[in-house]
Write a protein that binds this ligand. Structure first.
Ligand code: SF4
Ligand code: SF4
Length: 194
C-alpha cells in the first residue's frame, strides 16, 4: 500500500472528524481564565483553613502516621535462641540490594555448625531505598524490616549508618504468622543451617 492510496474500509469506518471549538473572547483575553483559576485556588485555601480536619498534613515528629502492618520500616537482624546473630554472612542480601548500601565483613564463626558470621554488618539508611529486597533474598530470615521505625532524621551522615549492634538490638513489632500481613516464624527446615 502506498501513502497515497485510500485507507482500508475497516480503518475508514473508525475515523471520526472532530471540529475544534472556537475559543470565546474571554478565553482569548486570558484575564477571565486567570481570575477563574485564582478563584478556585482561594476557594480551596479557605476551605482548608476553616476545615482543618480535612488536612492531610501530619505534624511530624510529634504525630506519627500509623502505617499498615507490612510497612517496610528500618531493618533489624534477628537472633538465635542463644542470642547470637542468625546471619551467616552469605552476602545474599548485599548482592540483591539495588542500592548497594549493605556492607558485610564475614569471619569464621565460633560455632562449628556454622561456617561464617558477620563481623561487620552495616546498612547506610541514607542510601537505602526501603525496597525490601534484602529481606526477600535472605535464606535464613536473619534480616527483617518489621521494627515499625521510621527512616531517621539527623545532621551527621554517620547517624544514618546502622551497625551490627544497632541492628541486633532492635525488636520487631510485626504481626505473627497467621494474622493479616503476618511473616514467617524464625524456624523451619530451610533455616536448620542458619
Ligand atoms: S531495603 Fe532495599 S535498598 Fe535497603 S538495604 Fe534492603 S535491599 Fe538494600
Ligand atoms: S542477612 Fe541473610 S542474606 Fe544477608 S548475609 Fe545474613 S544470612 Fe545472608
Amino acid at each position: 500500500m502506498t501513502l497515497d492510496s485510500a485507507p482500508p474500509p475497516a480503518l475508514e469506518r473508525r475515523v471520526t472528524s472532530v471540529s475544534r471549538r472556537r475559543r470565546t473572547l474571554g478565553e482569548r483575553v486570558y484575564l477571565v481564565e486567570v481570575a477563574r483559576g485564582l478563584g478556585i485556588t482561594i476557594r480551596h485555601l479557605l476551605k482548608n483553613l476553616f476545615g482543618r480536619t480535612r488536612f492531610y498534613t501530619t505534624v511530624f515528629p510529634e504525630v506519627k502516621t500509623v502505617f499498615p502492618p507490612r510497612f517496610r520500616a528500618r531493618h533489624r537482624l534477628t537472633k538465635k535462641e542463644d542470642g547470637s546473630p542468625r546471619c551467616t554472612a552469605c552476602m545474599c542480601c548485599a548482592t540483591a540490594c539495588p542500592a548497594g548500601c549493605i556492607y558485610i565483613e564475614a569471619a569464621e564463626a565460633p560455632d562449628p555448625t556454622v561456617e561464617k558470621y558477620p563481623k561487620t554488618f552495616d546498612i547506610d539508611a541514607l542510601v537505602c531505598i526501603y525496597c525490601g529486597y534484602c529481606v526477600e533474598a535472605c535464606p535464613c530470615d536473619a534480616i527483617r524490616m518489621d521494627t515499625g521505625l521510621f527512616p531517621p532524621a539527623g545532621f551527621e551522615r554517620a547517624q544514618f549508618v546502622d551497625d551490627k549492634d544497632t541492628l541486633l538490638s532492635r525488636v520487631g513489632i510485626g504481626p505473627t504468622e497467621g494474622e493479616p500481613g503476618g511473616v514467617a516464624p524464625i524456624s523451619g527446615p530451610r533455616l536448620e543451617n542458619c
